[in-house]
Design a protein around this ligand. Structure first.
Ligand code: MIC
Ligand code: SF4
Length: 647
């Protein structure tokens, strides 16, 4: 008897066994990249020397930075188009839509494995894919047909009962889970949804939930594939992709959560963490300066339609800047055909391109200290582009109400809730907008602009000697996100294919002197250490949060615990992830301390003592597999794989 996750894992297992915590290797059917992670991923794929991707399909989406403020960004887009054409990938041009929404509508399949260079790749779990976020280099290897390695996750059954009532929506289900478990509460887990409540949720609603499983730190989230999934695929013109998928009767799980959908009320995550969740009613009276509707969490046709129904014939508060970005051109076309765009326009909304936009600080920053109510998934400090912006995460209907009133109000005053819309039986296809590879790829030339800097090669670990003399360049607290480490926003995103340039921005919102200190250590031949508390590197999959520090000479991260994708990215670039053997020792290591790391004592899964100046011996452990250990010894995954291919 197997649960759904175990079934898909077993179908794709190429190494290891399904024993919790042990390393398993999976065959990957599909991959996706987006522009901000894609330039590195496709450069890394190119460096492997293969002439074609080896997956069923590999998508290259452009959705994060589409502002094209100077040559850098359009040059990157052109590189991505020509690289996809050269290597047999499918390219989605800027403006076609947000990768996860497009993937759900056009390519995701029940039972398939998907690895994407974006932390919200698990969105496709809404259709029954086992979909995981990863760093660009891990995705490049999956494109090359290499297995994808993860620790065998804990499988948590989320048992849904009842059905949503009133103004509660799918977003409130995942906000409730975040309230209960926090942003660390899903690390190492797959959340598998089950129970009678599942059938009451549409595929886009399920995808809202699986999308934001990323905020729990989960490896993936997944729904069964049932009649609702079939109806969704049929309306997308893809019924042939449907197959039934469910857990065996009586299958066992490692943990369980139960949620009564009929008891849920509209919720909001308060600044600056997605788990600071309270009922919207508690916020009533708070003035709202900006409302943003869209993002890969909530930009489906039904989300947009609900908003347009609520706003139809009314006017949003003139003091509340209201921005709407539909998730795809399919959604946009449907809204246009049905006259719903008109309702949004007449209500005073601003229509943005189908892209990530304000979610990643690519335009749409709120006013100073402004309260911005967003249907997005992340509200990390400064991510909006306004350092003191106060970002609240809510459902589309809550956002629409905030726009109308210019403030949070009590849902009890909103009147009768509109019915949750169903998808029409068939929807307009936008398949012709994707660029499929030509028959003859030999003549395709990969075009690169001056912003695309060749990859740096890092030395093997042995170059640090028997005992690594390292300096603690920064000491941080809990829940440091990749947005803290490597900020995004239009200007910095444009440097994603230029590591020396983007490295100048590492930790700039946390500590403006970090880069200078790290460089000083590096330039005198030393090694840098980052010390952190729990859940270091949570949030996005951006490998730049490992690669840029590595460029600045960081060779060790010493933390209480690490987020899954970031940990993998550290290893991919040869940075040693060490953990305090005794959590209280975190208190004793201060910024500026010199640490001596006896590299000869570093063995996979072992504990060793490091010598901390002024403190003495501190026990540190690692949870590296032998394969990961070898990658670190080689100076990173690209070195290791190149060497293997050469052999
Ligand atoms: C995000 O939401 O933080 C991003 C931008 O989509 C990232 C990817 C990136 O930084 O390019 C993610 O979630 O992985
Ligand atoms: Fe884009 Fe935001 Fe989704 Fe990241 S979370 S993929 S930036 S919409």
């Amino acid at each position: 008897m197997k649960n759904l996750t175990q079934k898909i894992l077993a179908d794709h297992l190429v190494s290891g066994c399904l024993e919790k915590g042990t390393e398993i290797g999976l065959h990957i059917d599909q991959t996706l990249t987006q522009d901000a992670t894609g330039t590195m991923a496709w450069l890394q794929f190119e460096a492997l020397g293969l002439d074609s991707v080896k997956t069923d399909i590999s998508l290259s989406y452009v959705d994060h930075n589409t502002l094209q403020m100077n040559f850098r960004n359009p040059d990157d887009h052109r590189f991505l188009r020509t690289a996809a054409q050269k290597f047999g990938g499918v390219f989605s041009p800027a403006g076609t839509g947000i990768c996860h929404q497009l993937h759900l509508e056009n390519f995701a399949r029940p039972g398939a494995t998907l690895v994407g260079a974006d932390s919200h790749t698990p969105t496709a779990g809404g259709i029954g894919s086992l979909a995981m976020g990863a760093g660009g280099l891990s995705v490049a290897l999956a494109m090359a047909g290499e297995p994808y390695f993860i620790p065998m996750p804990k499988i948590v059954r989320v048992f849904l009962e009842g059905s949503l009532r009133g103004w509660a929506s799918a977003k409130d289900i995942i906000l409730e889970l975040l309230r209960r478990r926090t942003v660390k509460g899903g690390v190492g887990c797959v959340f598998e949804y089950a129970g009678p409540g599942v059938a009451t949720l549409s595929v886009p609603e399920r995808a809202t939930i699986t999308n934001m499983g990323a905020e729990l730190g989960a490896t993936a989230s997944i729904f069964p594939s049932d009649g609702v999934t079939r109806a969704f695929l049929t309306s997308m013109g893809r019924e042939a992709d449907w197959k039934e998928l469910k857990a065996d009767e009586g299958a066992s799980y490692d943990e369980e959560e139960r949620i009564d959908l009929s008891a849920l009320v509209p919720m909001a995550a308060q600044p600056h963490m997605p788990d600071r969740v309270v009922p919207v009613a508690q916020l009533a009276g708070l003035k709202v300066e900006q409302v943003c509707i869209g993002s890969c969490t909530n930009s489906s046709y039904s989300d947009m339609r609900l908003v347009s129904e609520i706003l139809a014939g009314r006017r949003v508060c003139p003091e509340t800047d209201t921005l709407v970005s539909p998730g795809s051109k399919q959604v946009l076309t449907m809204l246009a055909r049905e006259g719903r765009l008109e309702s949004l326009i007449e209500a005073g909304c601003r229509l943005l391109e189908c892209s990530c936009g304000p979610c990643i600080g690519s335009g749409g920053a709120p006013v100073s200290r402004g309260v911005s109510v967003r249907t997005f998934n992340r509200n990390f400090e400064g991510r909006s582009g306004t350092r003191d912006g106060q970002i609240y995460l809510v459902s589309p209907v809550t956002a629409a109400q905030a726009a109308l009133h210019g403030a949070f109000t009590d849902p009890a005053e909103w009147g009768e809730a509109p019915a949750r819309p169903e998808l029409p039986e068939s929807v307009p296809s936008i398949r012709h907008l994707f660029v499929f590879p030509p028959e003859d790829r030999s003549r395709v030339e990969i075009l690169r602009g001056p912003n695309i800097v060749p990859l740096e090669t890092f030395p093997p670990l042995s170059d640090a000697g028997d005992v690594m003399e390292a300096d603690v360049v920064i000491r941080l607290g809990d829940d440091i996100t990749t947005d803290h480490i490597m900020p995004a926003g239009a200007a910095i995103l444009a440097l994603r294919s230029n590591i020396p340039a983007i490295s100048e921005h590492v930790f700039e919102r946390v500590d403006a002197e970090f880069v200078a200190r790290a460089k000083a250590v590096r330039d005198r031949g030393g090694c840098g250490v980052i010390v952190a508390a729990d859940n270091y590197g949570q949030g996005s999959s951006r490998e730049h949060a490992a690669l840029a520090p590595r460029h600045l000479g960081i060779r060790v991260v010493l933390a209480r615990s690490l987020a899954r994708i970031h940990r993998a990215n550290l290893i991919n670039f040869g940075i040693i992830p060490l953990l305090f053997a005794k959590t209280e020792d975190y208190e004793s290591v201060s910024q500026g301390a010199r640490i001596r790391v006896p590299l000869k004592d570093l063995v996979p899964g072992g504990t060793m003592n490091v010598d901390v100046e002024g403190v003495g011996s501190v026990a540190v452990r690692n949870d590296l597999s032998s394969a990961e250990f070898n990658v670190i010894c080689e100076g990173g995954l690209l070195n290791a794989v190149r060497r293997r291919i050469a052999r």
